[in-house]
Ligand binder design. Structure first.
Ligand SMILES: NC(=O)c1ccc[n+]([C@@H]2O[C@H](COP(=O)([O-])OP(=O)(O)OC[C@H]3O[C@@H](n4cnc5c(N)ncnc54)[C@H](O)[C@@H]3O)[C@@H](O)[C@H]2O)c1
Ligand SMILES: CC(C)C1=CC=C(C(=O)O)[C@@H](O)[C@H]1O
Length: 246
């Protein structure tokens, strides 16, 4: 029977791309997002019968929503094998003007969301003796960000740290936890949140000269999700066009 993957933020952008890649590779996919109509549309497109794709309304800030998703997938498909923590929100903001409320909102979506998901599904995977968690971080979490806010950058730095903490905790239980850290990708959100002149500057700054490919990130998720990826854990795969080198 094919493996089951839950992808958060699957309504569009990178999450949609990852969901399509996993489904194309034979996974049964649960598409989670706050935008139910959009994930329902994608699930219907992938498999109108509903046998290999299901849409879930889920806010990543809500731990109970992950518990409900876990239980629903146990009932529907016997359990979950792969979790992709992709949902996130970037916001360009001047450092000294970020309000505490705005800080909390961005940190909750990007960091708390990953934390509660790793808790719920990390325990589920450990019980089953197999699991793959892939956290989508960001270059901003490594270099402080070039076209985003400090709240987003700090939260993504936290995602990198949580990845290692959960990887260590779950390593002996057949569960791997890794992150992928993309630089700016050729995706709608970049054009929506970053000023055109800034995008032109960023393109000039990228050593390879182009924005990153979401399809390549999705292929990397497939590699980390594979059964034989057992030896990769606590890793962060940098995919940033050479903008940041360790
Ligand atoms: N696009 C880039 O250049 C880039 C670069 C580095 C990292 N990333 C990361 O990749 C991931 C996806 O980014 P994207 O470009 O596809 O962004 P996007 O804004 O296009 O898509 C994000 C998705 O997450 C969903 N979402 C937002 N808040 C949510 C919540 N509270 N609960 C559930 N779903 C929620 C949105 O509805 C949307 O479908 C994010 O984690 C982002 O930080 C993106
Ligand atoms: C999400 C996307 C718009 C984005 C914005 C800013 C970045 C940065 O490094 O400043 C990127 O890494 C990326 O997360």
């Amino acid at each position: 029977m094919s493996r089951v993957a839950l992808i958060t933020g699957a309504a569009r952008g990178l999450g949609e791309c990852i969901a399509r890649a996993l489904h194309g590779a034979g996974y049964r996919v649960a598409l989670a997002d706050v935008q139910l109509d959009a994930v329902q549309q994608l699930a219907d497109q992938l498999d109108p019968s509903g046998q290999s794709a299901v849409a879930l309304q889920l806010d990543v800030r809500d731990k109970a929503a992950f518990e409900a998703a876990r239980d629903l997938l146990v009932a529907r498909w016997g359990g979950t094998d792969v979790l992709v923590n992709n949902a996130g929100k970037s916001k360009v903001a001047a450092l000294m003007e970020i309000s505490p409320e705005e800080f909390d909102e961005i940190v909750a979506i990007n960091l708390r969301g990953t934390f509660v998901a790793c808790q719920v599904f990390g325990a589920h995977f450990a019980e089953r003796g197999f699991g793959r968690i892939i956290n989508i971080g960001s270059l901003a979490g490594q270099n402080g960000g070039t076209a985003t806010g400090a709240h987003y950058a700090a939260a993504k730095g936290g995602v990198a740290t949580l990845t290692k903490v959960f990887a260590r905790e779950l390593a002996s239980r057949g569960v791997t936890v890794n992150s992928i850290s993309p630089g700016p990708l050729d995706l709608p959100v970049v054009y929506e949140t970053v000023a055109p002149e800034r995008i032109a500057q960023i393109k000039q700054m990228v050593p390879v000269g182009t924005l990153g490919s979401a399809d390549y990130i999705a292929d990397s998720v497939l590699l980390l999700a594979a059964d034989h990826a057992a030896s990769v854990t606590g890793a962060c795969w940098d995919i940033n066009g050479g903008l940041f080198m360790r």
